[in-house]
Design a protein around this ligand. Sequence first.
Ligand code: FES
Length: 347
Amino acid sequence: MSSSMSFQVALNFEDGITRFVECRPGETVAEASYKARINIPLDCRDGACGTCKSRCESGSYDGGDYIDEALTDDEAAQGYCLPCQMTPHTDLVLRIPSTSAAAKTAAATHGATLAELRRHSPSTVEFALDVDDRDALDFLPGQYVNIAVPGTDQSRSYSFSSGTAQRRISFLVRIVPGGAMSEYLTGRAEVSDRLEFTGPIGSFYLRELTRPALLLAGGTGLAPLLSMLDRMARSQVTYPLRLIYGVTTDQDLVHLDTLAHYAREIPGLTVEHCVADPTSTAPHKGYVTNLMDVGTLHGGDTDVYLCGPPAMVEAVRGHIAALGVTPVNFHYEKFTPAAVPAIAGAA
Ligand code: FES
């Protein structure tokens, strides 16, 4: 989404708030951030002190000039970088070692119109929004927004199920009795309603793939993985990728056609689903962990992305530990129906 002469740099802060800046040719990340009025940590601005040291999670760049005291060769090899010196060669994703508040910035608020409302089943609703200023909204695949529930003083967190380049953004919602968003979506919602949301937020986003990956979804935790699959389909990934999608009952299964589509589009991808309900007609009954053995984890040479309810996240972590395997990266996001905000982590 960068214009021809500049690169887009995502600044992901410790609190998950993410801001995007445009970096022009020859401009350092620090200069571009300063122009956008985002005060990332800086002191010497000369590659000497190390105050700005950040971690680059995606993209390539020229590291610039600096001394060993600011950044060692080992750190540089691990992906650490100095925003006061670095100039991008591609779009970048950086983890900035401060909160958004400390950088005097915050998540942006966007207005939008409800464009589609699709009731997949009694348990699951999908809705799509047309954002007023879509060009001003950037996000990383896997991130979420806080949406104000119309007619209430409450907001709820939902991950984008749409790809980052799609004009219309969409979300999957598990219907829970008495839930603020559930009651709105199943009761009062009408196409053309106005909504507001803030974001993007979250550290559960797709990193550059450099090894096999295992994607695990529980229920509507499929949403952020759909956004990641869109990115993978566009980026010619060739590593083995496996997605396992688990739900409670057959009526919770959504987007099987979309998953089948991605399994055809993305060369290394295999997709399976399982249903816990023993009366299910699905080929696999039980939990996602039933489908995971040491081979699934490539002996540890794998990145795991897991989004689901807390009990599922804990079950998967326990299962992986019991297999005696430690994945290179383990990114997860737990959600509960009324979770505000979602809880993300990495282990
Ligand atoms: Fe001192 Fe970047 S601000 S090394």
